[in-house]
Design a protein around this ligand. Sequence first.
Ligand SMILES: [Zn+2]
Length: 183
Amino acid sequence: MRKALIVVDVQNDFCEGGSLAVVGGAQVAIDVEALINSGTYGAVVATRDHHIDPGTHFSDNPDFVDSWPRHCVVGTDGEKFHAPLAAPMFDEIFFKGEYTAAYSGFEGKSSSGAPLVNWLRTWGIDAVDVCGIATDYCVRATALDAAAEGFAVTVLEDLTAAVSNDNLPKVRAEFDAAGVMTG
Ligand SMILES: [Zn+2]
């Protein structure tokens, strides 16, 4: 199996100090950098929330389910990778959500317009490990889409952070049902 690491949305706005901070986000950035530097993966890609005007995804009175405070706006510091992660560490970056909510990295495209699934297939990838933020939203959606596309998927749960830990039992049941491993 040729395996890729997909690093989901480890961006400043989703880490401590950001506009939509997820507890543990900054630690995820540190731990993911160490994993990348271990050299385990033949390919390492990242996804980024990349909003211009995503409609009702943003709200001044967010419900934190379908609507959220403004975050990851193109051109802001909040949209950048959280240190120590940085763009040159990745073989490719997939941007999503310009004009609509986009939870899955499979909705993203590279700067040259390549969708994530095409890129993975071109690189001969058949298995993916998924980590990042948030476990119960964009990691969940990315992992489920990867399984639906036929990849062997493992979510590295220790390298994720959740908006709400109360969501995790339901998310783990969805992973089980889809054949997504956790480890
Ligand atoms: Zn968003």
